[in-house]
Design a binder for this molecule. Structure first.
Ligand SMILES: NC(=O)c1ccc[n+]([C@@H]2O[C@H](COP(=O)([O-])OP(=O)(O)OC[C@H]3O[C@@H](n4cnc5c(N)ncnc54)[C@H](OP(=O)(O)O)[C@@H]3O)[C@@H](O)[C@H]2O)c1
Length: 217
């Protein structure tokens, strides 16, 4: 199967949390990392999140001119089986094109020629089948895809073994909390041998934190 190059980018605390204990968005980053993230976003053909991130963070998923002059604004993609993305979501603004991927058999419409809704087959758990979505994106011309979360999406991409690069920015702080979202959620591995191996490509200090670049082995 031909698929886009998949790059995951996220920011976590030293204890692996990616949001507050109430799942609210937090500044788990720093100026230098934010600038790197916008540049990376601008280099990719598309940026993808799950509907969970849309509902909690309401991101625009665009590239700010403050960080990149004349941004090319990648296609924004939301995996959203039930079509729960509200029509007032900022990801639907007309700064860039948006693709909402819903489950086969579901119906959803939005106003605006920059918004496309497509249906895709689901996996055995009822979520959008990751490999089918990647196949669709590749056929649409997407060659590099930046996956920005949240934890459920990141887990599913890693589980499906379709991740090429993983960038994790670590902020030197502790958030704590048993229910606090982490980098990879979902059901997790069943036994030790199922651990998803990664290799470290680079570790560097960035602003107040550390940036680790991993690749799949
Ligand atoms: N620090 C960071 O870098 C960062 C970045 C982004 C988000 N976050 C945080 O992450 C949290 C949100 O994460 P989340 O896990 O709740 O939501 P999520 O991963 O953004 O979205 C998960 C939802 O997407 C839908 N989905 C459809 N197909 C899927 C598939 N193949 N795999 C996975 N999900 C699929 C499902 O909802 P349906 O069943 O309705 O389709 C699923 O519940 C928030 O607290 C946010 O602040 C942190």
């Amino acid at each position: 199967m031909k698929r886009p190059r998949v790059i995951i980018n996220c920011a976590m605390s030293a204890d692996g949390k990616i949001a507050s204990p109430t799942r609210k968005q937090m500044h788990i980053s720093c100026d230098e990392d934010i600038e790197r993230m916008y540049r990376l976003r601008n280099e990719c053909d598309a940026v993808l999140v799950g509907v969970g991130t849309i509902l909690t963070d309401n991101p625009k998923l665009t590239v700010k001119e403050k960080y990149v002059k004349h941004p090319k604004q990648p296609l924004r993609v939301v995996l959203d089986s039930e079509g729960r993305t509200p029509s007032h979501a900022l990801v639907l603004n007309d700064v860039s094109k948006t693709l909402i991927i819903i489950a086969k058999g579901k119906k959803k419409t939005y106003n605006g020629s920059h918004i496309e809704v497509v249906s895709c087959k689901t996996d055995r758990t009822g979520l959008i089948d990751v490999k089918s979505a990647l196949d669709f994106l590749y056929r649409k011309g997407v060659r590099t895809l930046l996956v920005e979360g949240g934890g459920t999406i990141i887990w599913n991409f890693l589980k499906n073994k379709v991740v090429d690069d993983l960038f994790i920015f670590i902020k030197p702080c502790i958030i704590g909390g048993k229910e606090t979202p982490t980098v990879a959620e979902g059901e997790g591995i069943k036994s030790e041998e199922d651990g998803i191996p990664l290799k470290i490509v680079q570790v560097k200090r960035l602003g107040i934190g550390l940036l680790i670049h991993y690749q799949s082995t």
